[in-house]
Design a protein around this ligand. Structure first.
Ligand SMILES: NC(=O)c1ccc[n+]([C@@H]2O[C@H](COP(=O)([O-])OP(=O)(O)OC[C@H]3O[C@@H](n4cnc5c(N)ncnc54)[C@H](O)[C@@H]3O)[C@@H](O)[C@H]2O)c1
Length: 406
C-alpha cells in the first residue's frame, strides 16, 4: 500500500529512541501528524530496555514499542511505508537493508554509514528495490542557511570560489545516559570521530555553495583529549581538511576542543562575501570605485548585517526537521529512489573516509571517485552507457536548492 491510497498519509516507524529521536524526530513527526495529518508513526524500536521504558512513558499510547528493528518489521512491515533510522551509525546499514527488503522507504540519520562500501551497498539496494533512501541533511534547512541560499541565488556576490566552514564544539555530543553516552568517542560504534559525526553537514553545505563536487581532499587530524578514549578504538577530536573543486576550494575545521559552541561559515564570491556566525548573517558586496586604491583593489564594500534566528544551541534541531519530512515525502511521490540528497550522503562518507586515508598518509592529497557505479546500475541491474552519461550530467549539474544550474 502506498501513501496515495492511505487515508492518513505516510505511516512510519522510528528505529532508535535516543536523543535525536526523543527530542527531534518524534516531536516533529507527531506535531506534523497532529497539524497536517499527512504522516503517522505507528511503532518505535530501541535495543536498550530503559529507552523502551522511556518511550512507553512518553509517547502516545497507540505507538507500539519493540526491542529491535527485526521484531518491529516482522510485526509491522505490512502497516508501514517507511522506517526512520535514528540509531547510532554502525547500525544504519543493517536496518536500511532490512527495511528495503520489506519494501519500505528509508530516512536515515547522518552519517548514513561508517564506510564508503557500506554506503555504496545501501544506495544500490535502494535503487534496485525501487524505494527511497534519504539522509537527514537537516543543516540545509536552518533558517540562516536558507537565507544564504537566497543571497547566492540573487547573484549578489557572484560566482563562489572559496568557502570556509568552521564547527566549534566544546565537547562531543552526548548520547542518552541510559545507553552509551560517549559512543561518539568509540570507533566501533561511530566509525570515526568528529569528521564522521559532523563532517557530512560541512560537506553538503560546501557542495551547495560551490555548486559542484570536489575532486580531491587533503586532511589532518588529531586526538587532543585522551580522557574519553577507548583503548584501541580512539577517534579524532580535531580535524581540518581542504577540498579541491573544479573552480575553487573549500576548507573545513571541526573540533570538539573549542572554548565555545559555534558555527562560522564564510562564502567568497567574485563580487562579495557572506559570513554566517550562528544566527548572524553578514553580506558584503563590492563596488568598483574611481582612483587607485591599490590596497583594496579600487573597490569599496557595502555591508548588510542581520540576525536570522535558527536555534543553533538546540542540538536536536527539531525546528528544521519538518523540511526534511517535506523532502522525503516529495522524493517518495516522485519515485526519486536515490536522488540528490542520497548521492550527496554517499559523497560525504567518501570524503570522510578519503580524509582519514589522507591524514594517515601525511596529509597527501587524494582523488575522489565519481558516482558512475550508481548510474551504471538500474533496477534491472544494468543501464545503457548513453543513459548513464545523460543522467550523470544532469545530477552533476543541478543543485536543486539553488534553482537552475549556473
Ligand atoms: N542531524 C542531526 O542534527 C543529528 C543530531 C544528533 C544526532 N544525530 C544522529 O542520530 C543518530 C543517533 O544519535 P543520538 O545522539 O540520538 O544517539 P543516542 O545515543 O542518544 O541514541 C541512540 C539510541 O539508539 C539505541 N540503539 C543503539 N543501537 C541500536 C540498534 N541496533 N537498534 C535500535 N536501537 C539502537 C540506543 O539504545 C539509544 O537509545 C546518530 O547517527 C547521530 O549522528 C543527528
Amino acid at each position: 500500500m502506498t501513501m496515495q491510497n492511505r487515508s492518513n498519509g505516510l505511516r512510519g516507524a522510528v528505529v532508535g529512541y535516543g536523543f535525536i529521536s526523543e527530542r527531534g524526530h518524534l516531536p516533529a513527526w507527531l506535531s506534523r501528524a497532529a497539524n497536517r495529518g499527512d504522516v503517522s508513526i505507528v511503532a518505535v524500536a530501541d535495543s536498550c530496555p530503559a529507552r523502551r521504558e522511556k518511550a512507553r512513558a512518553v509517547l502516545p499510547p497507540g505507538i507500539r514499542v519493540y526491542a529491535d528493528h527485526e521484531s518491529l518489521l516482522a510485526a509491522e512491515a505490512g502497516n508501514l511505508d517507511f522506517v526512520d533510522i535514528a540509531a547510532p551509525p554502525n547500525a544504519h546499514e543493517e536496518i536500511t537493508h532490512a527495511a528495503l527488503d520489506r519494501g519500505l522507504h528509508v530516512l536515515c540519520e547522518k552519517p548514513i554509514a561508517v564506510s564508503t562500501e557500506a554506503a555504496r551497498r545501501m544506495l544500490l539496494h535502494a535503487k534496485q528495490a525501487r524505494r527511497v533512501f534519504m539522509p537527514c541533511h537537516n543543516y540545509k534547512h536552518a533558517p540562516v542557511i536558507q537565507a544564504v541560499r537566497k543571497v547566492l541565488s540573487s547573484g549578489a556576490i557572484g560566482k563562489v570560489r572559496l568557502v570556509t566552514l568552521e564547527t566549534f564544539r566544546n565537547t562531543h555530543a552526548k548520547g542518552v545516559t541510559e545507553w552509551n553516552r560517549d559512543w561518539r568517542r568509540d570507533h566501533r560504534v561511530a566509525g570515526g570521530g568528529i569528521a564522521m559525526d559532523h563532517g557530512s553537514h560541512s560537506f553538503y553545505l560546501a557542495f551547495e555553495w560551490m555548486a559542484s563536487h570536489p575532486t580531491s581532499i587533503t586532511a589532518k587530524m588529531s586526538t587532543l583529549q585522551r580522557n574519553f578514549a577507548v583503548a584501541g578504538h580512539e577517534v579524532e577530536d580535531d580535524f581540518s581538511c581542504t577540498l579541491t573543486f573544479p573552480e575553487g576550494t573549500a576548507s573545513a575545521r571541526l573540533t570538539w576542543n573549542a572554548g565555545v559552541r559555534k558555527v562560522l561559515y564564510t562564502i567568497h564570491g567574485e563580487h562579495g562575501a557572506i559570513t554566517v556566525q550562528d544566527d548572524d548573517l553578514e553580506v558584503a558586496v563590492m563596488r568598483a570605485v574611481d582612483g587607485e586604491d591599490v590596497g583594496k583593489g579600487a573597490v569599496e564594500w557595502s555591508f548588510e548585517k542581520r540576525a536570522v534566528s535558527s536555534d543553533w544551541m538546540d542540538a536536536s534541531h527539531v525546528t528544521w526537521f519538518d523540511a526534511v519530512i517535506d523532502q522525503f515525502k516529495a522524493a517518495i511521490a516522485r519515485d526519486e529512489f536515490v536522488g540528490h540528497e542520497a548521492r550527496e550522503s554517499f559523497r560525504c562518507i567518501q570524503l570522510i573516509q578519503t580524509a582519514y586515508a589522507s591524514s594517515r598518509d601525511r596529509s597527501r592529497e587524494l582523488p575522489l571517485e565519481d558516482l558512475t557505479w550508481l548510474d551504471a546500475v538500474d533496477a534491472s541491474g544494468e543501464a545503457p552507457a548513453s543513459r548513464r552519461r545523460v543522467s550523470e550530467r544532469r545530477v552533476e549539474a543541478q543543485f536543486p536548492e539553488r534553482g537552475a544550474p549556473r
